[in-house]
Every structure is written in structure tokens, then in C-alpha cells.
Design a protein around this ligand. Sequence first.
Ligand code: ATP
Length: 254
Amino acid sequence: MADLLVLEGIEKRFGGIHALKNVSLRIPENCIYGLIGPNGAGKTTLFNVITGLYEADSGLRMFRGKALPLTLKPHEILQRGIARTFQNIRLFNEMTALENIMVARHSKSKAGVLGAIFRTAGVRAEEQSIRERSEQLLEYVGMAGKGDRIARTLSYGDQRRLEIARALAAEPALLTLDEPAAGMNPTETADLAKLIQRIRTDRTNVLLIEHDVKLVMGLCDRVAVLDFGQVIAEGTPSEIQANPKVIEAYLGGG
Ligand code: ATP
């Protein structure tokens, strides 16, 4: 299977803390890929390196066969096709659900955000199409009819779904989800799992960090396990669950 994202020899230090040690990963196309590991293992740091929030000290990052220089900023990574959500939800709280998605689509559109402010006839037509596409996205994530709701008044599960819709508005080739099930109840988690499966089937590839091991094992095609900044195992969920190193470092306790 073709590689989607390749990391080779990624190193990241914070002062004396060696957070990522020679991390190499190959994430294939058409995949839900999970990243798990104990607290402090380096998962968020690796996520931040992939999405440009942190600059790795050294190593190689390739996406669809092209180098993504380590110096690229988050918006440049987004332009190249990797979108993300955050562990702590980051919505425009005072905007409506629909506006939250439309903002993301405007930055993708040719007219851009400035175009949306200085409205010409052409831009108005484009805005109408952005509105329609954004409404479709809301419906896609199971929030039809909630477009006029102010983001902060939405339920927690809906806020998480809205974040995913906003990330999808950029039409990424890889959607990265940082602990998408955190704080969700079992029903919301089950709905989320269905949504992620649907996204893989008809939209895009997914990479997620998640503490809910059961969710990861049931959902992901492949899983990598980080421990003390190193990849200690990589494979299918059944391979990972049977791996003695993983059981000792991580799964044994739970
Ligand atoms: P958790 O599951 O608790 O979120 P994690 O696997 O995501 O943990 P990281 O947050 O990536 O782990 O942390 C890896 C190591 O790097 C930890 O020792 C952490 O304290 C350190 N670290 C992470 N970010 C920073 C930072 N900005 N400055 C200093 N140290 C950091």
C-alpha cells in the first residue's frame, strides 16, 4: 500500500527532556491510524511535529511522496493537506456552528477571508456555495439543523463533531484527531467511532491519538505505540495486543 505520511528519525528535545527519540513511522493511504502510549510518552509532541506546531530538531517528514520541511508552519501544513483538531476544543465560541465551518472554507476558497469582507457579485456567489458546502458538512457530522446555534451552547459531543467538520472543510488528505473521545460518554463515543469510520470510507485518511484503548483497537487499521519517546511497536490491533513489549509497558496495567 502507498505511503501517506512517512517520518524518519524524528528527534525533539525540550531542554533536558528528550521527548522524541529517533521516531520513524510509515502511515499508509486508506487508513485509520492510531497512536497510543502511556502518559508523557510523547504522543502530543509527535502530533505537534506532524502538524507543524512544534519544529522537530532533526529528521525527515514526507507526505504523499513529497518532503514537508520541518520548518513549515501549521497553516502551511494545512495547505499541504493535513488538518487537525485539538485535545482542548478550539472553536470560535461566539460564532454559530455554521459560521465556524464557513470560516474554514473561506480560508480554503480563492477569494479568501478578505474576499468575504469586500463582497463583489462573484464573491457573493462563491459565498453561497461555501454556505451550502458548510451546511452539507454539518449534516455529514450529524448536526443537521444546528447551524444557527452559537458554538458555546452546543453539547460537548456536538462541539467535538463541529471541530471535525471544521477540519474537514479544508478537504485534507489526512485528518488528525487529538483525543477525539476525551470527555465523551459511551453513546457519544460510539457515534464518534461510526463517524470516523465513515470519514475513512468516503472522505479521507485519519490519524488519531486516543487514551480509550478499546476504541483504538476496534477502530484503527494500524496502531503505533510510543513509550518514553520511542516507537516500541507498530502493527494491526491484534498484533499490538499480543506484543509482549506493549503488554509490559502499557496494556498490562489496564
Ligand atoms: P499525555 O498522554 O499525558 O497527553 P503524551 O504522550 O502526549 O502524554 P507529551 O505531552 O508529548 O506526551 O510529552 C512528552 C514529554 O515531553 C513529557 O515529558 C513532557 O513533559 C515533555 N513536553 C511536552 N511538551 C513540552 C513543552 N512544550 N515543554 C517542555 N516539555 C514538554
